[in-house]
Structure formats: C-alpha cells, structure tokens
Design a protein around this ligand. Sequence first.
Ligand code: BGC
Length: 540
Amino acid sequence: MAGGGIVEGGGTRAHLYEGRTTSFVVIACIVAASGGLIFGYDIGISGGVTSMDDFLVKFFPVVERHKNQSTKDQDYCKYDNQKLTAFTSSLYLAGLVASFGASGVTRRFGRRPSILFGGFSFLIGAALNAAAVNLPMLILGRIMLGVGIGFGNQLIVQAVPLYLSEMAPAKLRGGLNIMFQFAINIGILAANLINYGTAKIKPWGWRLSLGLAAVPAALMFVGGLFLPETSNSLIERGHLEKGRALLVKVRGTTNVDAEFEDMVDASKKANEVKHPFRNILKKRNRPQLVMATFIPFFQQLTGINAIMFYAPVLFKTIGFGGDASLYSAVITGAVNALAIFVSIFAVDRLGRRILFLQAGVQMFISQMVIGIILGEKFGGSKQMSKDFGVFVVIVICIYVAGFAWSWGPLGWLVPSEIFPLETRSAGQSITVSVNLFFTFVIAQSFLAMLCHFKYGIFLFFAGWVVVMSIFVYLFLPETKSVPIEEMINVWRKHWFWKQIIPAIDLYNGDEKLDWHFQSKDYAENQTVQLSGSGFNKEHM
Ligand code: BGC
C-alpha cells in the first residue's frame, strides 16, 4: 500500500496513479510558496537595519560608541553586543516556542486555521517595530513576528514544504518544492534592496524597513485564506469526498481511484497512531528521524546566516563604508536568489546527492579562501585594500551560490519527502524546530564568535561543511523521482540503514513480530519483490 509507506511487499499502486501538472497545481504551489517571502524578509531585514547609524544611536548607543572607538586589536569586535544580536535572534526563539504543539493543531484542524492568528501577529509585530521608541518595544515586535512564524509556520516553514511535496508529482517534486526556498530568497533580496534604499532616508529609514514586513504578512494572510487544503490532510480528517474532489482537480483526471484509495488506507493507519512523536522514535523511523534532525542542524552550521543576517555588519567590520556594505549585501542576496535556478533545474534530473556533494566542495574552498584572506590582509595594523575587499565579496558570492543550490533548498526538500504519512507532520515539526533553534543560536552567537575566533570563524564553518558532506556521502540515499509513498524502499536498500530498520514490518510496524523477518535470506527475497515503479538501482 502506498500513501503511508507503512506496509509494503508488492502492495503499492503508485504506478497506477494518473495525473498531469494542472495549472491548479502550479498556482497552488506558487500561492503556498509565497509564505516563504515573509520568512525571507525577516531574515534579510535585521542585518541592514543593525548596520544603520541612526538605528544604533537610538537603541544601541553603546555599540555606536564602541564601534567608533574600537582599537586595532578589536577590529573584529566592533558590533559584538548580546542585546544587539538579541534583536535578530529573538524572532527565532519566539518562533520555536510558539511552534510547539503546532503539529497537533494541524492534525486536528488542518493546515489553515493557525494562519489567521499568525498573520495577525505578524501585523502587530511589524507595527510595533516601525513605531518603536525603546528597546523593549523593538524586541517585543520581533517576538510577535516570531509568534507569527510559529503559528503561521503551519503555512510557512511547516506546511509549505510538506504541501509542495504532497501536491507535486514525484518527477517534479524537487523543482516545485524549491519554489519555497526561492520565495525565501526573494524575501531576503527584497529586504536587502529596501535597506539599501531606506538607509538614505535619515533619520527614520529603518522604520520603513521594519514596517514593510507588514506587506508580506498581509500577503500571507490573504493567500492563506484562499489556499486549498491538500487531499491528504482532508482525508486524514475524514472529509473523504472533499479530498477526492480536490484530488480530481489537482491531478486533472477523474481516474484517481488508486491514489485515492491508497491515501484513505494510509490515513486510516495514520489516525490509528495515537502518539506520532513516540512513534517517530521507533527503530523503523530511525533514518528519517536522523535526517529530520541532522539536515536542518547542518544547514545552519554551513554558516549561511552569518552572511544572510550580518553581511552588512560584516562588510562594515572589514572596513567598507555604509553604502558599500549595503549594496554588497544586495549583491550576495541577488546571487542567492539567482543561483537557486541551478537547483530547480538539476534536482529532479541529477538528484539531491550530487548537489549536496558538489556544493560541499565549493563552499569549503570558498570559506577557506575568505578565512585566509581575512587572516592575511585584515586586523591588527592591517587595513584591507579595496581590491581585496572586492575579492572577498566575490568569494562570498561563490560560497552563497553553492549554498543556494544545495543546503538551502534541499534542507527543506529532503526532510519533507522522506516521511511516511503517519509521522510526516511530526517529522516536519522536528525539522522546523531544529532549524529555528540553530538559526537562533547562530544569530545570537555569530558576532561574539567573530570577535573571538576572528578570521578563524570561516575556517570553523568550513570544517563543518566537511563533516556534513561526509554525512551525506555515507548516509543519505538518493530520493530523486521516488514517489513519496515508496520512499521506505530507499532505506531498505541503503547499505547502512538496512541494518538498522527492521527488515519488513508487514504487521503495521509491530516490532514484536520482527523476529519473523530477521533472516537475511528472507529479507533479501522480500526486497526483490519490493522493487516497484519509480524505484531502481540508482536509489541505493
Ligand atoms: C535557511 C535560512 C537561510 C536561507 C538563506 C534557508 O533555507 O533555512 O536559515 O537564511 O535559507 O537563503
């Protein structure tokens, strides 16, 4: 049976599924992915604002004074201030706290209800920030934006990737899902451009930057109202007819029986699962659990948000003027938004692994080069020349491009496509929580790490890139073109995971029965029968 991937053994009917990429699929995906815009805007906006002197004078006079008086050996420490970083990071911590329990809401009410509250919270947050007269108001505004992410996360980081993966035909799943990351990147770029413009409006340009967060918030709110549920979610909540009707519309054919019945079967199984979080800890879900935890962790350890959050501050730290810092951030933002097309093109043709591995090499080399240049040419009595400054921006762009076609989009795509229905929502919650937590950690600690590690911070991230590339090489099987419902097979064929998960759990995962199937011969025999449509050697 498909849909849940819980019970296999020749039962899958995925090869019988019919459907084309209807305009409905495309529009629904575009509307859904627009949720990424607001996530991106909030990522991109804080760094530029933080680097504006008017903003610093008003809220962080200590940083402003310190920055102007810093001595040579404090070159890397100009902006090191925990309250300043709390302005950026508080959003992610609030988002994390607010999103606990989000999976339960989704299971009971579907993917939409929290969006209204999320949208409302975003609007309040944007208003508080734009009108802020003191630090508490500013931080409270950021916290409200975070609460918006936490609740709206049912649409934004939680549901959108899931939604895109569930809606998309297997062969196009990667490319369509990446629309989410594309939206994030457009949000970041828009924020970089707006900061570049508003920095010239003195002394209140920063208010405009922060207040404009209301635009994507409103977009999300209205978009959320018009967004259809997914068939899976409707069926899971017992609205069988509605689920079927939606499937017919989405697939563009009335011949949806096989897929519909599989979804119904799967949702029965999913509803029988009373404790998805306990379930996810079972041995048979181990590979997915490991991926759902490590992929977002590694994504943040690439160091990308050192650039996305703090590029203008970083560029100012190494001696650029205010204007140059902000347009350099626009350049890295534009590279981030454009390079993603490589991934949209390649992900369903070449696969996920090759992108991860190629980009790993690229990111490692560029981070080493940045670290070495900064070490040689900046700090102490050394002031960086303009030529080297330009070179650093170019190398940062090469690094960002690598991220933009690998860990950026795949950090959301892979976790959203590997779980069976029974644990999919819970699995996605874990991914989101881990992502938000480490986003918070990097946002809060980067400027302090820059101050203490100096140029070594880039070597530190380069080291992590090596670790994560080895992890992908050894443990992540290829998921390209595998129907979500058949995904379980990729683990069963994987050299490492096949030793971890029970060979076959024909009895709905009752591991007490697994001893029946421990025999190697039996397992291999079954694996032969398992190879169904869309699954071939390449997925080993
Ligand atoms: C990450 C963000 C990051 C962004 C950059 C996303 O996938 O989750 O933390 O800022 O990519 O494009």
